[in-house]
Every structure is written in C-alpha cells, then in structure tokens.
Ligand binder design. Structure first.
Ligand code: ANZ
Ligand code: ZN
Length: 868
C-alpha cells in the first residue's frame, strides 16, 4: 500500500520550511508569471470543483520550474465587497474577524492538495496595506479625470431599506425579502472606462484568449456605427436627437419613442396626456434593465400628445414613450421604423401606428408580415429611392451634414464603471467634501483612509453608507483650506480591488508604491491566467482598463495585463432535485412564467420527498446545491496525488467534468501501481547510470527506451497546449509498457533486467510524473539520493534519435506512380535502398526492358525512379 498520508504530510512540511516555491527577481532564468483568479474565501471552504482550476495550473508551474523557468505562482484573497459582507451579516460575525478565518481554511486545503504557491506573497484585499493602494488607484484616476461623481439610480429595497447590487436583485425583487425593488437616485462615483472603449476593443486582437472570450468582451463593449439625427418638435423650439444605425430608413420613421426617463418627456407631454404618462413613468421605475431589453416582451408605452417633424420629408410623426428605449444608450430617444426593426414593428402593431416599407429585397414593395432588418434596395425614399443600403448610408450622411440636422457617430454599449457602494465592507473612497473648496482628494501621504472598526456595520436604512453615522469618521479637515469638511462615506466595490491585485503580488510588502518599477518590469505582464468564464466581462475588462491607465501614466511598459487566458470547465456533481409541483390557477403571473422544470433540493429537503419524486441530474458543484465533495475528504481517503491525477486525467482543462467516485478510484490504482513498481525497481538503481549509456540488448529494451523518450516529448508538448489529460494518459501507457518489460514479481523485478536501462526508466518516470503527483515523486527522488527538491532538477532532455521509430516506410515511385512501399531500418543508405527497390517483385515489371534515366532519393521517405 502506498503510504500517502505520511509522505504527503512530510513533503508539505518540507516545502513550507524550505520555501521551495519562493520566487525571486534575480538570476538569468526566464520569468513566467502564472496566475489563477484569486478566490473570495467563503464559509463553506473549497470543494473539488475549485481544484479544476488550481490543480492543473499547479502542475504547469512545477513543469515550468523544472524546465528552468523562474516561476511566479501566487495566491491571495478577494476579501472586500458584497459577498464577504453578506456572509458576515448572515452568520452575525464581524467581517474583519471572519475573512482571515475563512482564508486560513482555504489556504490549508490548498496546501493539503500540494499546490505550490509562494505563500510569502499572500495578499488580502481587505488589509489596509493592500487597500492603501486601491485608494491610490482611485486618486490616480481622479487626477487623470477618470473618476467622477454623478447622480444615478441605485436599486433600493424599501423594506430592507438598503441599496442592492445588481446581482442582489432577482426578477425585480430583493434577494432577501422579495419586495419589489425601486430605483432611488443617489450621488455615486464612477470610473470613466468608456473613454477607453475603442482601445479595449482594438487591443483584443493582440491577445491569446479563446474566441468565445473575446467575443463576449466585444459584445459587452458593443461598438455601433451610425448617425445622430435631429427631429424638431412641432410648435416648440426644441429638437430631439436620436441615435440610429440605420439612417437609410429615415423615410420609414413613422413615430418617435423616448425613454420614460428622457429629460424632455414632462415638458413635451400635453396636459390631457399627463396623467397616463406619469403613471407609466412610475410603473417603469420598478423594471430591471434586463426585462426592458428583452426583445419579445409584449410592448407597453404611452403617447405624449406631441409631434415631431421628420427632417427628410417634413412629415408629422407622434412622440411616444416606452420602456424598450433606454436612457443610458445613444441619446435615449429613437426614430421608430416599424418596417425594419422588430421592436418597433411589435409596438406599431399593438398601438395601430403606420408601417411603411422603405427597404426591399427585390426593389418592389410587398406586404410585410414582420420587420425586415436585412439590407436591400431603398423604396419609398424620395430621391434616394433605388440606392443600396450601403450607398444610401453614405449619401444620407452627407445630406444630414449639409442640412445641419445630423452627423455620423459611434456608440458604445459599455457604461462607465460604477464603483460606489453605500455599504461598510470596502475601501473608503479617499475624497473630502468641503463647502468652500468642493471635492478635494485626500493627499497621497495621508493614505490609507482606514475603514473604522465598528461593531454595527449593517446597512443604514437611509440609503447612505453606514459610515455616515460615525462622526469621528465623517468629520475631516479639508486638505486645502484646513476648514471643517465631510469625508466621503461610500466605499469601493469589490471590483476596484480585484482589478489590480496581480500587480501587488510582484511586490506585496512595498509601502512606498503599489509595486516597485523594478518588480513590475521584471514579472509583468501575466504570462498565463486561468479562471472561470463568468469573469469574461467585468473583471477582465476592468483589469484591462486599469492597466491601460497605468500605461498612459507611464508607470508600466505594457498595456494588456493577461497575454494568455484559459478557462477551466466546471465540476459537475450528481444532484438531487424535484419536478416543480404544478401551479394552481393564479399561481403566478404571465410575466414571470419562466420555464423551470427542475428544482434543486436543499440537503435538508432530501428526506422529505419520496424517492420516486426525486430527479437526479448533473449540475455544477456548489454548496448551495448541497452536492459538494471536499478535497479534504478525498485527499484523506485516496491521497492528494490521486485526487490531482483524477482532476487532470478525467477531461480536458476547458471541459466540464462529472465527478464520480469510480474515477478517483481509478487514479488511486494507477498511483499505487507506480509506487509498487518503483519500490520493486529501486534496489536496481545505479546512481551513475548516465555515464554508462545503456547497452541495448533486445528489441524489447529498445522499444521501452523509445517509448520513454516518446512519452517525454508528448508530455512536453501537451503542457504547452494545456492538455493535461493526454499527458497523464501517455504516462499511463508508458507504465504499461514498462511493466510488461519488467513486471513486478514478489515485490522485485526479474533478474535478467538491464540495470542501466532500469535506472534511466526510474529517473525519467519520476521526473515526468513530478508535476502531477508531487509528493510521491519528491519521495522517490529522495530515495534515489538526489540532492534537493525534484523541482530544482532539470527536466530530462528529449533525445529524438532514441524516440525515432526503428523502421520506416519508403515509398517507391516509378515515373511518378507508387509501385511499392518498403519497410526499412531508419537511416538506411541510398545504395541499400536502391538495391531493395530495384529487386522488388512489384517494381521489376515496371522497369524490365527499360532504361533508368534518373533516380532521386529523399532520405527515409521516398525513392523516385524515372525510366524510358
Ligand atoms: C432606426 C432603426 C431602423 C434602427 C432599423 C434599427 C433598425 P445597436 O446596434 O445596439 O447600436 N436604439 C437607439 N438608441 C436606443 C435606446 N436608447 N434604447 C433602445 N434602442 C435604441 O442598436 C442601435 C439601434 O437601436 C438604433 O437604430 C435604434 O433603432 C435603436 F431598421 O434606429 B435604430
Ligand atoms: Zn476646503
């Protein structure tokens, strides 16, 4: 039996004591910065699903270190922000005391599975030493005009009396109490990421990320080219500006729609429409943006009573308001072209507004059953009739400019980054509000603005941050006039911390700067970054933005933080759920009638349902589903090395894995077999084997040695492609071949085995397996009397000659036609090959009684003969 318990403990303690994985900025080794997205430590601890990311990256780092790279592989805790705060509130603890406790548990588990982090660089984003620099970033952005305060609505739960993050709003209701969430205008801080929209889009091309990830970012940035067009409001001197991507459909604009929040709505509304319009505005307030953006929702809206004038044909068109037009995009107003826009079509049908076709597939008019958004040929468009969509777009843009009623514009869907939270657990925003001097930044030397230690940090009930209740925090001296002033009480959201943490790892103890220039230049950018696909948008975009700001400031010499990004698949577990009980009539409204056909059972519910009502399915492992398997349990039963091999072997890195106990048992058997074979082989090991090249006696020995080098090559290539499963499979195959050659009999190997070859095999297998099963391999390495950690040993050198096949097929062509294929030893001389070819019974009939004009030989591939 493989005594994994003692061995794993022993090596974990040695690695810790000897700082085996400590990175340093010295030496002439090439650096590689390998990073996994840092986790938010939650109370439930790590489960094996988390390891789907950490374990393969760990193997990668160990491999790179053996290859002679200077590896930086750090870990830390994303500890500030909403998830930690909510968890603390839920269990009635102070986050200050809870976070380190949770982090310690995470760390323990990561150590237990043999992860090779440089723990000297551990960071915690709620630590003043860390958030000092989060505040410094705020000041940097403020100084560069990229941080500003504006009034914007927050999600407000009137019953909990608290602001909610978007993720805390579920179908328009509060996640805690299910009351309808309202919008409440509050002054808030933003980072002006929209200023970087173009660069964030363009620079995506240079990154080695999956197409899927890049597409998600492009989509989020959402660049649209189009035009702004001005419509005069009849009977006033007001104009309404609209943004359209289809200025070629102007002749088909039969009404206008304003967002209910549009600033001109109240002014334009006719007195007899006021009541309906006000009611509608109020109703829309409680809708979420996601609802409003849903295309196939049934349309609602109100007529304002006012009319606008279409600039191209002077036609009078009614002005409506409707929730499908968003205030935050374009100008918050649209020209509606029901013939060619699906939402406008649905709206026109519902409210009986005219539909005019202005684009046609054929150039003829036909009756439209639905909106036709495709390009085509213009009809019903005055002097533009007959133009293609592309021609029209160009012509109308010129016309709009000439007539001073519009201009070409580019719009981005991306919004500025809201960083304010009116909550306790975050880095205080380093700003002071002074009645005389206005908004004044806290001087850099006064950072950090410490988050006060208070007993009661619950949301305030007024919508303001709970910090506003503490005079000792709020009262401040104005840095400019030295008079009494008020400290900003909003804190920064978690993303403010997590979008720059990868800089801090390179110099985590620096008290003068977020990191020294030397360390930044040495380690960054991150060479390989791994994490979940759920971070495709916010986290990665914010990180890219901050890096560009630093680049513009001249603080770093690169403008993209993560050159290569890989996303791990999820760990799925077999999960108990139930079919929903059929709803009684009136159970829920049409609007929230989503199709849910399976509801996860809470752990305590499982016994309350009869087995025939329980439906089992594969679902993502998570504590909330009650389907987690913990690394502590599995490593305790099968050993960390078996768990690691299972995770890497069971599926490609990017793919989902279905957790099964049989799978881990299979890896355990493999690890045990390796151990047993090595134990039997060790007595034959000769430390000086490499000075005696093995004399290969038999074809079988030759074949084993070839397999050894082929496997080495395969493992190297697989690592470069982040393909861990096939690398493990290759080592398994190798073990099969080795044990066929040298089977274990009564705990030892047969006598007539070549000890030099065995020595080479032992050493190579141990090295090859070291990234995957680190504890076992360190132990063997020690038993081989090797000095130091195996991770300081060089990765074995691949020998292509040994790996080459013995025999090779040579194609014989006569006048360009293949006539035979010869199996010959590799590297056979040309005269030998010629002799074989020309005497082949398949070749002779084609050369008999002919004259050989020319013979061409391509080594180990082809012999081409020309005859006449
Ligand atoms: C007229 C038109 C005709 C439009 C047509 C489309 C098709 P993207 O591609 O997402 O940029 N739009 C503009 N501002 C809007 C807002 N604040 N809320 C909702 N919709 C808005 O979409 C741009 C198009 O979305 C614009 O082009 C406008 O409708 C609408 F055959 O104008 B279009
Ligand atoms: Zn002042």
């Amino acid at each position: 039996m493989y005594p994994f318990k003692e061995i794993e403990k022993k090596w974990q303690s040695i690695w810790d004591k000897q700082h085996t994985f400590q990175a340093c900025e010295a030496g002439d080794k090439k650096k590689i910065y390998c990073l996994e997205m840092f986790p938010y430590p939650s109370g439930s601890g790590l489960h094996v699903g988390h390891l789907k990311n950490y374990v393969p990256m760990d193997a990668y780092c160990r491999f790179k270190s053996m290859q002679g790279f200077n590896v930086l592989h750090p870990m830390g805790w994303d500890a500030f922000g909403q998830p930690a705060e909510n968890e603390a509130i839920r269990c009635g603890r102070n986050p200050r005391e809870m976070v380190p406790d949770y982090a310690a548990r995470y760390k323990q588990t990561l150590i237990k599975v043999g992860c090779s982090y440089d723990w000297k660089r551990e960071i915690n984003s709620s630590d003043p030493e860390y958030y000092h620099w989060t505040q410094w970033f705020f000041l940097l952005l403020y100084r560069r005009g990229l941080a500003y305060r504006a009034t914007a609505p927050i999600n407000w739960c009137p019953s909990c009396k608290t602001g909610l993050a978007n993720e805390e709003v579920r179908e328009g209701c509060c996640w805690r109490c299910d009351s309808l969430v309202e919008k409440k205008p509050m002054p808030q801080w933003f980072f002006r990421i929209t200023e970087y929209a173009d660069r964030l889009l363009k620079d995506l091309d240079s990154l080695d990320w999956t197409d899927g990830m890049k597409e998600m970012q492009r989509d989020w940035i959402g660049r649209s080219e189009g035009a702004e067009v001005e419509f005069a409001v009849e009977g006033t001197d007001r104009v309404l500006r609209v943004f359209t991507t289809r200025p070629d459909t102007l002749f088909g604009a039969t009404f206008m729609v304003l967002a209910p929040e549009h600033p001109l709505v109240r002014e334009l509304t006719e007195p007899e429409r006021r009541e309906q319009v006000e009611r509608y505005i109020h109703q829309v307030q409680s809708e979420t943006e996601i609802d409003r953006l849903t295309v196939d929702r049934s349309k609602t809206g109100e007529f304002t009573g006012a009319f606008a004038v279409n600039p191209v044909n002077k036609k009078r068109i009614p002005i409506w308001i409707a929730d499908y037009v968003m205030m935050g995009y374009g100008t918050g107003a649209i020209m509606a072209v029901p013939g060619h826009d699906a939402r406008d079509f649905a709206f026109a049908r519902k409210f009986d507004l005219p539909i005019i076709q202005v684009v046609s597939r054929t150039g003829e008019e036909y009756s439209l059953q639905e909106a036709e958004p495709a390009d085509g040929i213009a009809i019903n468009s005055g002097s533009f009739t007959g133009l293609t969509t592309a021609q029209f777009k160009k012509a109308i843009t010129d016309w709009l400019k000439e007539n001073q009623v519009g201009k070409p514009t580019v719009n981005f869907r991306l919004r500025d980054w809201l960083i304010s939270r009116q909550r306790y657990w975050g880095a205080p925003i380093p700003i002071i509000h002074c009645d005389r001097c206005g908004t004044v930044p806290v001087p850099e030397e006064e950072l950090p603005v410490l988050l006060p230690e208070v007993a009661d940090y619950q949301p305030s009930g007024t919508g303001e941050s709970p910090l506003a209740a503490f005079d000792f925090f709020v009262q401040a001296q104005c840095p400019k006039c030295k008079g009494l002033a008020r400290r900003e009480t909003d804190t920064m959201g978690g993303y403010a911390c997590s979008s720059w943490y990868y800089f801090r790892y390179v110099d985590p103890k620096n008290s003068h700067m977020f990191a020294s220039r030397k360390a930044l230049d040495f380690w960054l950018p991150v060479d390989i970054y791994t994490g979940g696909i759920e971070h495709a948008r916010s986290h990665l975009l914010y990180s890219r933005f901050l890096t560009k700001v630093l680049y513009d400031e001249g603080v770093v010499n690169f403008s993209e933080p993560f050159l290569l990004l890989r996303n791990q698949g999820s760990m799925l577990a077999y999960t108990a759920g139930r079919k929903p009980r059929t709803c009684k009539a009136g159970g829920h409204s049409e609007a929230d009638d989503k199709i849910i056909d399976w509801i996860v059972l809470k752990p305590e519910e499982k016994d309350q349902f009869p087995p025939n009502e329980i439906v089992w399915r594969w679902a993502r492992m998570s504590k909330s589903k009650g389907n987690v398997v913990t690394p502590d349990e599995i490593a305790g039963r099968f050993g960390a090395d078996s768990l690691r091999i299972y995770i890497m072997f069971v599926a490609p890195f990017e793919e989902n894995v279905q957790w099964t106990e049989e799978g881990i048992q299979g890896s355990f058997r493999f690890v045990s077999r390796i151990w047993r074979w090595l134990q039997a082989a060790l007595p034959l090991y000769q430390n000086n084997w490499s000075s005696n090249t093995p004399t290969i006696a038999s074809p079988q020995e030759r074949s084993v040695r070839r397999k050894l080098h082929q496997t080495l090559h395969k493992v190297e290539l697989d690592f470069d492609h982040f393909q861990f499963n096939t690398a493990v499979a290759a080592i398994m195959e190798l073990l099969n071949e080795v044990t066929t050659y040298a089977p274990v009999e009564k705990d030892s190997l047969p006598e007539l085995i070549n000890p030099i070859l065995i020595s080479e095999i032992i050493e190579m297998i141990t090295l090859l397996l070291a990234p995957f099963a680190p504890h076992l391999c360190e132990e063997i390495w020690e038993r081989l009397n090797k000095p130091g950690s195996i991770y300081k040993a060089p990765w074995p050198k691949f020998d292509p000659i040994i790996a080459a096949k013995d025999e090779i097929t040579i194609v014989v062509q006569i006048n360009g036609k293949i006539r035979d294929k010869l199996l010959v030893p590799v590297g056979l001389d040309e005269p030998e090959v010629r002799k074989l070819a020309l005497s082949s019974t398949k070749v002779i009939p084609h050369i008999e009684s002919k004259k050989i004009v020319k013979i061409l030989y391509i080594k180990d591939r082809m012999l081409s003969v020309v005859v006449k």
